[in-house]
Design a protein around this ligand. Structure first.
Ligand code: 5GP
Ligand code: MN
Length: 339
C-alpha cells in the first residue's frame, strides 16, 4: 500500500470501530468476485463483533451458495422492506465490485437517502461514479477480492486470516481470473493467493464447487453453441457465439448458464477478439472479450451502449439479431488493424 492508502486504511479502521450497523452491497446479478468480496468483508466484520449485513439486489447463483456466510445474505427482491430499513439505518455502507449506483437497481434510492452514513467504494472497474467518502479503486488489480485481501492485511497487519474469510476471497479471485487464466499476470495476485492458501483453505473443494457444478443442460448448450453457433472470422482475428431466445428455452436456460461462453472463441488459434450475443426479450445482451491491447470497454461504450474493462466488457443492442451481427461484423472489419 502506498502512503496515501495507508491514510485511507486508518480512516477505514476508525469508521469500522465506530460503526454499529454496517451494510455491504453487491451489484445486481453478482458474480463470484462480488459475492466473495462481500462475504470476505462480512466475515471479517463479524469477527470484529460488528452487526453487518450483505445485501444483493436480486439473487445469488447456485454455484455461489456454498461460500461461507452466503446463507445469511439478504436478497433485496425477496425482502424489500428489511433491505430498505437496514440501508437507511446503516452508519457504514460498502459498495463492492461495482462503480455505478444503478447497479443496485431498485435499491439504489435508499443509500442516497442516507447521507449520514459513511460510504466506502472498493472496486477494480474504471471510472467509479458512486458518491463515496472513501474510495479504494485500482483497475490494475485482478479482482475486488484481491483489493479486499490487501485492505484486511493492512487493517490487521501480521494477523493470520480466518479460513472462511480466505475461502470467500479466494473464490472471488479465482472466478474473476477465470481460474487464473486472465488478469492474473501480476505477481501480487499470486502472493495474495499464496497467503490465502496458508490459512488452510481447501483448493480442490473450492475448485470443484465452482467449476464442476454445472447442470447437464448447460453443458449441452455449450456443446451446441460451439458446434452450431460459433462464427470464426480468422482474417479479423475475431470470433463470436450467438444464441436466440428459442435456443435458450430449448436448453432450459437459467441465469448463469452462459457464463464463460464468451471466452470460448478466444481458445481458437489466432482469435484475439470475441463476443457473445444473447437474445433477451427485445434486447440483445452482448459480452466482449479481447486479448492484448484492443479496448473492448471503449468499443462497447462507443457502439453498444456499454462498458467494462480493457479486455472484458458488456453492452446491449435493440436491433434484431441479424442486424446486430451484421453491425458487429462491419465494426470488426473497421477495427481489424487494432484487433
Ligand atoms: P460480462 O460480459 O461478464 O457480463 O461483463 C464483463 C464486464 O463488463 C463486467 O466487468 C461488467 O461490469 C461490464 N459490463 C457488462 N455489461 C455491461 C453494460 O451493459 N454496461 C456497462 N457499463 N458495463 C457492463
Ligand atoms: Mn470483479
Amino acid at each position: 500500500m502506498n502512503p496515501l492508502q495507508k491514510r485511507e486504511i486508518s480512516t477505514l479502521a476508525r469508521h469500522i470501530k465506530q460503526a454499529q450497523r454496517i451494510v455491504i452491497f453487491s451489484h445486481v446479478n453478482p458474480d463470484g468476485d462480488s459475492v466473495g468480496s462481500c462475504l470476505g468483508m462480512y466475515l471479517y466484520l463479524q469477527g470484529k463483533g460488528k452487526a453487518a449485513q450483505v445485501i444483493i439486489p436480486n439473487h445469488i447463483l447456485d454455484f455461489l451458495k456454498w461460500v461461507p456466510g452466503a446463507d445469511r445474505i439478504i436478497i433485496g427482491k425477496e425482502n424489500p422492506e428489511e433491505a430498505a430499513r437496514l440501508i437507511v439505518e446503516a452508519d457504514l455502507i460498502f459498495y463492492l465490485d461495482f462503480n455505478e449506483i444503478d447497479r443496485l437497481e431498485q435499491l439504489a434510492e435508499y443509500p442516497q437517502k442516507n447521507r449520514k452514513a459513511f460510504h466506502v467504494v472498493i472496486d477494480h472497474h474504471p471510472g467509479p461514479k458512486i458518491e463515496a467518502d472513501l474510495l479504494f479503486s485500482d483497475i490494475t488489480v485482478s479482482s475486488t477480492a484481491e483489493i479486499i485481501f490487501k485492505i484486511l492485511q493492512n487493517l490487521d497487519p501480521g494477523k493470520e486470516m480466518d479460513q472462511d474469510i480466505a475461502t470467500a476471497l479466494f473464490a472471488g479471485i479465482m472466478t474473476d481470473t477465470g481460474c487464473f487464466r486472465y488478469n492474473a499476470s501480476n505477481s501480487d495476485t499470486w502472493e495474495a493467493v499464496s497467503e490465502l492458501m496458508k490459512s488452510g483453505i481447501d483448493y480442490d473443494d473450492i475448485y470443484s464447487r465452482i467449476y464442476d457444478n454445472y447442470s447437464e443442460h448447460r453443458m449441452r448448450l455449450m456443446g451446441y453453441a460451439l458446434d452450431k453457433k460459433m462464427v470464426i472470422l480468422p482474417e479479423l482475428h475475431t470470433g463470436y457465439i450467438w444464441l436466440t431466445k428459442e435456443e435458450l428455452i430449448k436448453y432450459h436456460y437459467v441465469i448463469g448458464d452462459t457464463e464463460g461462453f464468451v471466452n470460448l472463441p478466444l481458445s481458437v488459434r489466432g482469435i484475439r477478439f470475441s463476443a457473445l450475443f444473447l437474445e433477451q426479450g427485445k434486447k440483445i445482451k452482448i459480452s466482449f472479450r479481447s486479448k492484448g491491447s484492443f479496448a473492448v470497454n471503449k468499443f462497447s461504450s462507443a457502439y453498444f451502449n456499454g462498458g467494462g474493462h480493457l479486455n472484458a466488457a458488456g453492452g446491449e443492442c435493440y436491433e434484431n439479431m441479424k442486424d446486430t451481427l451484421l453491425r458487429f461484423e462491419k465494426l470488426a472489419r473497421d477495427f481489424s488493424d487494432e484487433i
